[in-house]
Design a protein around this ligand. Structure first.
Ligand code: GTP
Ligand code: MG
Length: 378
């Protein structure tokens, strides 16, 4: 391969990976003949992975986790301005105090994206004050700039764009995989970065101009404690909330158990009274499956029924390697139980004692309720 070719196009404009001709299946690969043809025709040159993601919606190579983390550590040193993006549907899974602490001494603006996935009854201002409170609780940070956005329906984008236009200098977009970093850049700058429901779409730094600001897209930070992290990229793409989340109401008998996505087992009883049933709502993406049962065999040996009665969102999922743990939590009407990367549970009649069986890597949390109780149900 001639050096000339390397110099002409260094990076794929879709994902930021360095263009290369030697390793098919690895990020940045493009067959040399295709590259030369496109170069001569003056067509845009994107790597094979981005081309297939854009045109066929298929993922042909995965990002190298270690490389990405190494790359991010280096990038962090070079910036003093950051745009931290998180997903409001999966707040606990994507607002990461351990990452925010790395950048808090700098100028940071926070973007709460995917507002369209929340129930319509939650207003922008209600979400904002809830976020201010839960953020300061878990990270002791009071964001001075917090924007609520949806790249899907355009909510909040012009406000964010106006701010970025005047900000000046250079800023790094940062956030967990799949929160919508590239989508934001794409809509704000009308650029051609690759957006896809697979985690790890962006691979390198991609620079864009927004008024006086040079804004850089980055690879998503890979975290391992969300339920969704257990699935392969194809499966993650399926389970991701695409529109408003679905809600399902439960009023279980003490002997009943609810399986969510086949992998989380929930038993719930009212904390103080055993003769009254608890009531709660589970909010989860449309594709997440629920199974309520009294069947003891199923309750005690769920591993035997995966792929049959219990369906994780993807058929090819191998549960045999998973370890599970038991977690108990008591949640009243002013709080919610969140299972990062899967769902959250809002209590209508409580306090409820939840006994959960979850995959070992997943950390359920209790948080202040986003969906405020309107009236107490007796
Ligand atoms: N419902 C909804 N989906 C969104 C929104 N923004 C992005 N998405 C979707 O979320 C998925 C991930 O979007 P990307 O922009 O590729 O996310 P990213 O943070 O750049 O992901 P990585 O590069 O993998 O870290 C895509 O399927 C987008 O269509 C939004 O505001 N609402
Ligand atoms: Mg991206």
């Amino acid at each position: 391969m001639g050096d000339l070719l390397k110099v002409t196009v260094e990076k794929c404009p879709g994902c930021g990976a360095a263009i290369q001709f030697e390793h098919p299946g690895k990020p940045g690969f493009i067959p040399l003949d295709v590259y030369q043809r496109k170069l001569e025709a003056g067509e845009e040159i994107v790597c094979q992975r981005c081309f297939r993601l854009k045109h066929y919606k298929v993922l042909t190579s995965e990002a190298d986790e270690e490389e990405i983390q190494k790359f991010l550590r280096i990038a962090l040193r070079d910036f003093e301005k950051f745009v931290y993006v998180f997903d409001v549907f999966d707040f606990e899974g994507t607002f990461r105090p351990e990452i925010v602490r790395l950048i808090e001494k700098n100028e940071v603006i926070f973007v709460a994206n995917k507002f369209d996935t929340l129930p319509k009854t939650v207003s922008g201002s209600q979400l904002k004050s809830w976020l201010m409170e839960v953020i300061s609780k878990i990270s002791e940070i009071r964001p001075s700039h917090l924007f609520i956005t949806s790249t899907k329906n355009g909510y909040g984008l012009s406000k964010l764009k106006d701010y970025l236009f005047e900000w000046g200098g250079k800023a790094l977009i940062l956030g967990v995989t799949n929160v919508g970093k590239s989508s934001l850049l794409q809509t704000i700058t009308s650029s051609n970065v690759t957006v896809s429901p697979y985690p790890g779409t962006t691979i390198g730094l991609i620079e864009h101009k927004v008024g006086k600001l040079r804004l850089y897209d980055t690879p998503g930070i890979i975290v391992g404690d969300r339920l969704i992290d257990l699935f392969d990229p194809q499966c993650q793409a399926k389970i991701l909330a695409r529109g408003e989340v679905a809600r399902k109401t439960f009023k279980p008998f003490p002997e009943e158990v609810i399986f969510v996505s086949g992998l989380v087992k929930i038993q719930a009883t009212l904390f103080s009274q055993s003769d009254v049933r608890p009531i709660f709502q589970i909010f989860a993406p449309e594709q997440v499956t629920f199974h309520k049962t009294k069947n003891l065999e199923l309750i005690e040996h769920p591993e035997k029924h995966f792929g049959g009665l219990l369906v994780p969102p993807c058929g090819s999922f191998d549960v045999s390697k998973l370890n599970f743990k038991k977690v108990q939590m008591v949640v009243d009407e002013s709080h919610e139980l969140s299972i990062p990367g899967l769902c959250w549970i809002n209590v209508k009649r409580g306090p409820v004692r939840f006994v959960l069986n979850v995959p070992e890597n997943v950390e359920p949390r209790v948080r202040m309720a986003l969906m405020k109780p309107k009236r107490k149900i007796h």
